[in-house]
Design a protein around this ligand. Structure first.
Ligand code: URA
Length: 240
C-alpha cells in the first residue's frame, strides 16, 4: 500500500497533511527518511516511524452500515452498486466484506469487516447467532403464525426452519412485526412468511447478536464500531 494512504488510514491526517509530514522529513521507513508519498510499504514487514514514534498498524476494520434499498451486499457486481461503493476510499483500502447477505431490497444493519474469523463465527450455523428483522407484511399476522414460527415452518424447498420468535407490533391490512431467527437461509424471512401464506413488503434488519442498529445512522451511511460494540459481538460468537 502507498505510504500516504496508509498513514491517512492510521489517522495521521488527511492525505494532504500526510504529504506535508513526508515533505518535512518526519517519516522514516526502515531507518531511511522518505519524502515520497507514492512509496509502497508493507505494514507487516516495514518499520515505519513518524516523528520518532513507531507506527503500530490497525489490522482489522469493523463497520456498521445502515444498508439502503437497491444496493447489493457483495464486494462486486457487474451491473449494480454494491455496499462497498458506499465506503470512503480509506476504509475500502482495508478490503472489508459484508458479514452475510441482505437482499437488494432489504435495509438495515450490515456489518462489514476484514476479520474473516469473526465473520465466520457470526455466520456459523453451529453458533445460532440471532438476527432480528422488522418487517411489514401483507395481511393480518396472527398468533397462529407466531406458533408456526416457534414450531418451525417448512420452506418451499422442504427445509424445516429452526424455532423463531415472532413479535407482533400491529395487525392490519399490512401488519408490522419483529422476527428473530438464528439461521440465515436464502430469503429466509420472506420465505417463512410465504410458508404461512403471507408476503413481506418491507424488510429491515435491526439487530445482529446483541448489537442493535444505531438509530442515528441514516440510510446509506456507516460508521466504525465502538470497542464496546465489538466486544458484544465477540461475546455473541465466542472462540471455540
Ligand atoms: N431474510 C430475507 O428474506 N431477506 C433478507 O435480506 C434477510 C433475511
Amino acid at each position: 500500500m502507498r505510504i500516504d494512504k496508509l498513514l491517512a488510514n492510521m489517522n495521521y491526517g488527511s492525505r494532504k497533511e500526510v504529504k506535508k509530514l513526508l515533505r518535512n522529513g518526519m517519516v522514516t521507513v526502515n531507518g531511511l527518511t522518505t519524502k515520497d508519498p507514492k512509496l509502497h510499504v508493507n505494514p507487516d514487514t516495514d518499520l515505519i516511524v513518524v516523528g520518532g514514534e513507531k507506527v503500530t498498524f490497525k489490522e482489522y476494520i469493523y463497520l456498521m452500515m445502515n444498508k439502503p434499498d437497491g444496493v447489493i451486499s457483495a464486494t462486486e457486481d457487474v451491473s449494480h452498486r454494491t455496499v462497498l461503493d458506499l465506503l470512503a476510499e480509506d476504509d475500502r483500502a482495508f478490503d472489508p466484506f459484508p458479514v452475510g447477505r441482505l437482499d437488494k431490497d432489504t435495509e438495515g444493519l450490515l456489518l462489514l469487516t476484514n476479520d474473516g474469523q469473526l465473520a465466520h463465527r457470526l455466520l456459523s450455523p453451529k453458533r445460532h447467532v440471532p438476527k432480528t428483522y422488522f418487517a411489514k407484511v401483507e395481511g393480518r399476522v396472527s398468533e397462529t403464525d407466531q406458533q408456526s414460527f416457534s414450531d418451525g415452518v417448512r420452506l418451499d424447498d422442504g427445509y424445516e426452519t429452526k424455532p423463531a420468535q415472532l413479535k407482533i407490533l400491529s395487525i392490519g391490512l399490512v401488519s408490522e412485526i419483529e422476527l428473530t431467527i438464528t439461521e440465515g437461509k436464502y430469503h429466509q424471512v420472506k420465505r417463512m412468511f410465504e410458508a404461512v401464506g403471507k408476503r413481506v413488503v418491507y424488510l429491515k434488519r435491526i439487530k445482529m447478536g446483541s448489537l442493535p442498529l444505531d438509530d442515528n445512522l441514516p440510510l446509506g451511511e456507516y460508521r466504525h464500531l465502538q470497542e464496546k460494540e465489538l466486544e458484544t459481538l465477540e461475546k455473541d460468537s465466542p472462540q471455540p
